[in-house]
Ligand binder design. Structure first.
Ligand code: AP5
Length: 236
């Protein structure tokens, strides 16, 4: 049986030099994998969900608008999200690329991003589609806990912390996101099906989409993403 190559710990950012987009439904593992990938290439992990939650936590005007929408499990209007993304990718740490988690989420956002990447001289992005059956999603979302300090992601069923409610890395408190309550998962999945799933066909048409089986273990998904990137980098 062929042995798969080990996923390297570190790669130079110049080797990536583009945007990677992790696309998939809530709970597919976008955040979990985006953190690993971004750390490997030492490029920023750009989660629009995290950015919006930060606005909410800081009580900004944008956060005040986004909060009730997020709590209902609906998408925040493009006008608010695009502003945050455009400002973020202009930062110097984005010069060699970045990993998007949860963006783009509508065809309009994808169009806008395409233009933005061109303007900044980036080549075409690699889109990784984390495909997972809805039956796994509820367990992943309701079991998720996040570290309040460093943002590390846990799962009470699949990846529990060593000490209850405490982060293994920094001892930070583990909390549940308000939109991870069972009754909000339905609306989030509906929003995904209606507004985000069309991006799968969109990026497929552009020849940029690569499917990964996200029902596998975290390590197996990481391995598939690594192999996919390795092949895709040579193609586009
Ligand atoms: P966002 O924060 O982006 O949430 P999401 O897309 O719903 O995705 P999740 O964070 O729930 O899941 P994930 O795929 O990252 O999974 P994770 O790795 O954590 O968005 C939140 C809200 O913000 C939206 O509803 C919207 O209102 C707003 N928003 C954000 N971006 C927007 C945009 N661009 N436009 C408009 N509105 C926007 O994993 C989940 C759990 O599963 C964890 O517990 C993890 O430990 C576990 N797990 C992960 N992988 C595996 C595995 N392989 N096996 C077993 N368990 C696993």
């Amino acid at each position: 049986m062929a042995v798969s190559p080990a996923v390297p710990q570190k790669r130079p950012p110049e080797e990536l030099n583009r945007a990677v987009i992790l696309l998939g439904p809530p709970g597919a593992g976008k955040g979990t994998q985006a953190k690993k990938l971004a750390a490997r290439y030492a490029v920023p992990h750009l989660s629009t969900g995290d950015m919006l939650r930060e606005h909410v936590a800081n009580g900004t005007e944008l956060g005040a608008k986004a909060r009730p929408i997020m709590e209902r499990g609906e998408l925040v209007p493009d006008s608010l999200v695009l502003k945050i993304v455009a400002a973020r990718i202009e930062q110097p740490d984005c010069a060699h690329g970045f990993v998007f988690d949860g963006f783009p989420r509508t065809v309009a956002q994808a169009h806008y991003l395409g233009e933005l990447l061109k303007q900044h001289g980036f080549r075409r992005p690699i889109v990784i589609h984390l495909a997972v059956d809805t039956s796994l999603i509820l367990r992943r979302i309701t079991g998720r806990r996040m570290c309040k300090t460093g943002g590390e992601i846990y799962n009470l069923f699949e990846r529990p912390p060593k000490v209850k409610d405490r982060c293994d890395n920094d001892g930070g408190e583990l909390v549940q996101r308000p939109d991870d309550r069972e009754e909000i998962v339905g609306p989030r999945l509906k929003a995904y099906e209606k507004q985000t799933a069309p991006l799968v066909a969109y990026y497929k048409r552009l020849g940029l989409l690569h499917d990964v089986d996200a029902a596998k273990t975290v390590e197996e998904v990481e391995q598939q993403i690594w192999k996919t990137l390795h092949h895709a980098r040579g193609k586009h």
